[in-house]
Ligand binder design. Structure first.
Ligand code: NAD
Ligand code: 89V
Length: 348
């Protein structure tokens, strides 16, 4: 069955969504892009013309006038709550970009609105869908490596991220809210839930408003620990933007994802190495291939869940645990204290 969707928000990242939906048309799920919408009329029209679909500048008019199964929200975080609640009022399922909302309380309200409307709400949390991350998770799932007791998840770059995303210069909460959210999700993906954390932040570039460096130490409920590092102020010897580097030590081995997708695995005394690079597509733009490829993977997952009735991996409900960590990081950075993470989130 082909599912009809509309993309709301036609800015920098939406192009990846649209290309991925278009490529997925060739697969069994065969989604149909029914419309696009951006309150910037020219932007909506340009992207609508490019992808051969009707464009709207008013989301509510689009939802009234278009037959849809779900909405794909690629607008900025400040618009997410309003748009998600509008889609839920039209009884439409929603996939929404990260961060789900600027504040945890908004994310909780959105989760509740979708649950009450009986629709699925999944967060477009794509880093865990990067090809090398799936390969690492598959190696852990095989069981021979045992459980991870130490992790290091590192994204340190000097790339000019402000060129494509100028709004990041103005965010009071910057690198943890925008990029850390991906890395904290990866930490949960590989190592489970967090019991406590400590976070140190810096603003190295004085011309931006928020923090551009964060170093986070997570104490996991399993007893393990994980260091999460994010920096846009680094001048690394080798620039790997937008690759995330990962090291995991487990009870019976170790895994290391180095630059250029080089994945090394030690299991017992055996060491193996392979390259897990994304498969190229004509619309990928260097150096973003690994991220663009993960957009296809997460959108494929969403379609397959909607069609089969399976629960997606990063439901809004699941993502509240990641957002609670984002919130805790800012509290820890402000106070200097270790912040305990409650096992159960208090929400209606
Ligand atoms: P952008 O500013 O380039 O584009 C957002 C667009 O949404 C703009 O064109 C704006 O006019 C439109 N918009 C905002 N509110 C709207 C509303 N209420 N109705 C209709 N249109 C509206 O931003 P971007 O860089 O494309 O980022 C969009 C989202 O994608 C953000 O949440 C960002 O964090 C996320 N993002 C995710 C990744 C990833 O890898 N997952 C990468 C980059 C950006
Ligand atoms: O994935 C993102 O959210 C992007 C980037 C990796 C550049 O920070 O904003």
């Amino acid at each position: 069955m082909s599912l009809r969707l509309a993309v709301i928000g036609c800015g920098y990242f939406a192009r990846n969504h649209l290309h991925a939906w278009r490529d997925l048309r060739g697969e069994e799920s065969a989604p149909e892009i029914a419309a696009v919408c951006d309150w910037d009329v020219a932007r909506a029209k340009a992207i609508g013309d490019e992808f051969g679909v009707p464009s709207f500048s008013d989301p509510s008019a689009m939802l009234r006038e278009t037959k849809l199964d779900f909405v794909d929200i690629a607008a900025g975080p400040a618009a997410h709550r309003h748009l998600v609640e509008m889609a839920a009022a039209h009884h439409l399922h929603v996939i929404c970009q990260k961060p789900l909302a600027p504040a945890l309380s908004d994310a909780i309200a959105m989760t509740t609105a979708c649950r009450n409307a009986g629709v699925h709400l999944m967060v477009h949390e794509n880093f865990r869908w990067q090809a090398p991350m799936r390969a690492m998770a598959a190696a852990l799932d095989e069981g021979a490596l045992g459980r991870p007791f130490y992790g290091r998840i590192s994204f340190r770059s000097g790339h000019d991220v402000y060129h494509d995303q100028p709004y990041l210069r103005h965010d009071e909460r910057f690198i943890i809210a925008d990029l850390g959210v991906h890395l904290l999700d990866l930490a949960r993906f590989f190592m489970g839930e967090v019991a406590a954390l400590h976070c140190h932040t810096q603003r190295v570039d004085p011309t931006i408003h928020g923090e551009d460096v964060a170093t986070i130490m997570l104490s996991m409920r399993s007893g393990g620990c994980c260091v999460v590092e994010a920096s846009y102020a680094s001048k690394p010897l080798q620039e790997y933007f937008p690759q995330t580097l990962v090291e995991l030590e487990t009870s019976r081995g170790s895994l290391r994802l180095a630059g250029d997708y080089e994945l090394s695995l030690r299991s017992g005394d055996q060491v193996t190495q392979r390259r897990v690079a994304p498969s190229p597509r004509p619309w990928f733009k260097a150096p973003g291939a690994v991220v663009q490829d993960s957009v296809i993977a997460i959108q494929r997952h969403w379609l397959s869940c909607l069609q089969s009735g399976r629960i997606p991996e990063t439901t809004a409900n699941d993502n509240l645990h990641t957002l609670a960590l984002v919130d805790a990081c800012y509290r820890s950075a402000a106070s200097g204290a270790v912040v305990q993470i409650p096992e159960h989130l208090e929400h209606p």
